[in-house]
Design a protein around this ligand. Structure first.
Ligand SMILES: [Ca+2]
Ligand SMILES: [Ca+2]
Ligand SMILES: [Ca+2]
Ligand SMILES: [Ca+2]
Length: 340
């Protein structure tokens, strides 16, 4: 039920509930080239990267159970075979695809909103619970340890916020709270700092957007993107960007324009849009990268192996991929791949 609220909040400006649910980039066949997975209502499609900006025709994997439920996909490395693994969640049913091995488990209650990998740990947010599994080298999971939050766990992100070289965890709670919790690794995610965004938060992400050596925090939720820059002893006031994000969970973080500062790419009502990392403001003004197709899902990675991050989006119906190959300095060459 909560996921419908999330969809409603993030899909105010465009029709939602398309056939196309999630897009992910990862090297699933361990050939060093990142592949693309498109999760649709009834199946998911793997597009193997053949190199030189070419992709194989899609290979379909059927997901018969829960087929009309909305889905989320997460790319992580669960075992240690040098292959990226895929976790697909649909209607509370979680399926992990580890190469040839398929594992599934059911979580009650509710929908998984976020999955995250930390060294030796798999984290999963669902309901008001943040669940920690210890992971073994073969990807087997330990008995979980749960930590409960006063509100629903909506998104997770990891970065080093306190600068001790160890990954910390940001937990966005919604829709009741306006705060993100930062949990610090030093105390086993015990010590908690709360960062107030002054408004409800949806997807939280973090990077050093202004390049001052301190990791900053961003929240995406229709109709704004909010940035809080970290300073020596606390946080600057939120900077608010009107953004009309279509789906806050579909975003990508990477240095797209090659200036050394991380940039944020999101789907807005204007198309695939970019906020460039900016020394003085944290993020620059919204710039439309691709107004073309009605993008509904988005992922990124260096798809052509030239060292610059590229983007890929899928249309609302899940019948076309649009690749945006990075030509440098914020320019992109688009290439479409249509399929039945
Ligand atoms: Ca590959
Ligand atoms: Ca910073
Ligand atoms: Ca940049
Ligand atoms: Ca590239």
């Amino acid at each position: 039920m909560r996921r419908w609220i999330l969809l409603w909040l993030t899909c105010l400006s465009l029709p939602c509930w398309g056939d196309n649910e999630a897009l992910a980039v990862g090297d699933f066949d361990a050939d060093g080239k990142p592949d693309v997975v498109l999760v649709r209502k009834e199946d998911f499609l793997l597009f193997r990267n053949l190199g030189q900006r070419k992709f194989a025709p899609p290979q379909a994997f059927d997901q018969a159970e829960n087929r009309y439920q909305s889905a989320q996909a997460f790319v992580i490395r669960l075992d240690e075979d040098n292959r990226d693994d895929l976790i697909v969640e649909r209607g509370g049913q979680v399926t992990a695809w580890l190469g040839a091995v398929r594992r599934s488990w059911t979580l009650k209650p509710g929908f998984v909103t976020s999955v995250l990998r930390l060294p030796g740990k798999l984290l999963m947010g669902f309901g008001q619970t943040l669940r920690f599994y210890e992971t073994a080298r073969d990807g087997q999971l330990s008995r979980p340890v749960d930590r409960n939050f006063p509100a629903e766990v909506w998104s997770l992100h990891t970065a080093d916020w306190d600068g001790d070289g160890k990954p910390d965890l940001a937990v966005a709670q919604a829709p009741k709270t306006k705060e993100a919790s930062l949990l610090f690794a030093r105390d086993g995610y015990g010590r908690e700092t709360r960062v107030d965004f002054g408004s409800h938060i949806g997807q939280v992400t973090g990077a050093d957007f202004n390049g001052d050596g301190l990791t900053d925090l961003v929240s995406l939720l229709h109709p704004t993107v909010r940035v809080r820059l970290q300073k020596k002893n606390g946080w600057n006031r939120p900077i608010v960007y009107p953004a009309d994000t279509v789906r806050a969970d579909q975003h990508y973080l990477g240095d797209l324009n090659g200036d050394g500062l991380p940039d944020l790419v999101a789907i807005t009502v204007y198309g695939v849009s970019m906020f460039a990392g900016d020394k003085s403001h944290g993020l620059g003004a919204l710039r439309i990268v691709d107004p073309g197709q009605r993008a509904y899902t988005l992922a990124g990675g260096d798809l052509d192996g030239d060292g610059r991050p590229d983007l890929v989006s899928a249309d609302y119906n899940g019948l076309r991929l649009r690749f945006l190959f990075n030509q440098g300095k914020g320019n992109f060459a688009s290439q479409d791949l249509d399929f039945p």
